[in-house]
Ligand binder design. Structure first.
Ligand code: CTP
Length: 409
């Protein structure tokens, strides 16, 4: 039995009501044994068959049960749960859960989570044979299977055999070991489309020294760039994050190179380009346009003659130099355009002036720096797509997915 893809991945297991719910306990154990992390969500009827206590003990996480629990909503509500997971598994999947998900009904934690998630969902149905064969259930199953992209529903089982109700036929939930294999396959399939690709991401502000204690910088938090590095790594890329000074943790699986000034950032990026071929460059740093000419070696003192005059000189444009780096040019170079007006014109002008392939244009006139949300337009040489305001994490995931699609094509 191979579970090559499960290690380090997160499974949200939704447990519906049915005698097969006891098998969910074994499934939790198997996922963890394979190196995966499991969070369980127990429906009201599921709780008639297995106890939250056993699930919490086996999964190592609190069990989620209610849509409206003040402490759960602050800790992890339905939106956070769906974001947390790499894959959602419904086992046992009852006729009721299948019907709700197929029809977009959301009236409890399980169904709202299923509607809120943009992750693939694996269904392990368990029900009486005549329920399973009912055209209503079959129509709902067909609907879930017809969903595409992230919302695509995959099925494992049900198996044929004797049922708890004494009847014989299709309706038994697949065995936990078989569900585990299906989980592993689903996580493996297309979930690491950037495996084998190397990416360099710049993020954060730069800090341009005036003297040993002072400097010029800007209000970039680095959040968007860090989220992009994380999203590319999640899709399997080997990511180097060249970061200016920020207060953020290094995302898992990402190598961080810390720099301060723009010239250092440029040198660090060049080192990476020359070390090994880079497929993807995403230059999201807010590089200071100017630096101080002749940084003072000692602290500048207040003098009777008034404040010192700072002579500024232009910093090198890292994005432009990466775009024109000849034999070491990454296959795809993505820049950012932070604009307060005329987004499209300015972004398109930057695209051609800097020679990059894509530009992510964002309107910074409105609450972007330091905030968790972002509204961007992706400009390519072929066209543009505007993405409604969403979290920087979601913007990053979407961009990483577009990058993966680009390489697939
Ligand atoms: N950039 C860079 N090096 C610089 C300046 C900018 O690599 N010295 C990159 C940024 O990382 C971003 C893109 O260029 O991907 C555009 O940055 P932005 O600040 O919007 O543009 P500027 O070139 O600074 O133009 P302007 O300030 O005139 O808008």
């Amino acid at each position: 039995m191979t579970t090559a893809h499960l290690s380090g991945r997160r499974v949200l297991l939704i447990i519906g009501g049915g005698i097969a719910a006891y098998k969910a306990l074994e499934l939790v154990r198997l996922i963890r044994k394979a190196g995966g992390e499991v969070m369980t969500l127990l429906t009201k009827s599921g709780a008639e068959f297995v106890t939250p206590m056993s699930l919490a003990a086996l999964s190592g996480h609190p069990v989620r049960q209610d849509l409206f629990m003040p402490e759960d909503e602050t800790a992890m509500g339905h939106i956070e749960l769906s974001r947390w997971a790499d894959l959602v598994v419904v086992a046992p999947a009852t006729a009721g859960l299948i019907a709700k998900a197929a029809n977009g009904m959301a009236d409890d934690l399980a169904s709202t989570t299923l509607l809120a998630t943009d992750k693939k969902t694996l269904w392990a149905p368990a029900m009486n044979v005549r329920m399973w064969e009912h055209p209503a259930v079959q129509a709902n199953v067909a609907t879930l299977k017809s969903f595409t992209g992230f919302h695509q529903g995959a099925f494992v089982g049900p198996d044929e055999g004797e049922m708890a109700c004494g009847e014989y036929g299709f309706g038994r939930m697949a065995e936990p070991a078989v569900i585990l294999q299906a989980i592993d396959r689903l996580i493996g399939a297309g979930s690491r489309p950037l495996a084998g690709r190397r990416a360099v991401v710049t993020a954060g502000p730069t800090f341009e020294p005036i003297d040993p204690v002072r400097g010029l910088t800007n209000r970039s938090s680095g959040k968007q760039g860090y989220a992009i590095a994380a999203a590319l790594a999640d899709l399997g890329a080997e990511v180097v994050l060249v970061s200016g000074p920020v207060f953020l943790n290094t995302p898992q699986g990402v190598r961080r190179v810390e720099v301060e000034a723009a010239t250092e950032m440029k040198a660090a990026v060049e080192t990476e380009l020359n070390a090994a071929p880079v497929d993807i460059a995403v230059m999201s740093a807010a590089v200071a346009d100017w630096r101080v000419d002749g940084v003072a070696t000692g602290k500048i003192k207040k003098a009777p003659g008034g404040p010192p005059a700072l002579h500024l000189i232009e910093n090198p444009d890292i994005l432009a130099s990466v775009s024109k780096s000849g034999s070491v040019r990454p296959k795809l170079v993505v820049g950012f355009a932070a604009e307060t007006s005329d987004l499209e014109d300015n972004a398109r002008a930057k695209l051609s002036r800097k020679g990059c392939d894509w530009i992510v244009g964002n309107d910074v006139s409105d609450d972007v720096f330091g905030s968790d949300g972002n509204a961007v337009t992706l400009f390519t040489r072929q066209g543009s797509e505007t993405w409604e305001r969403q979290s920087k994490t979601d913007v990053a995931r979407k961009l990483a997915q577009r990058i993966a699609d680009h390489f697939k094509a």
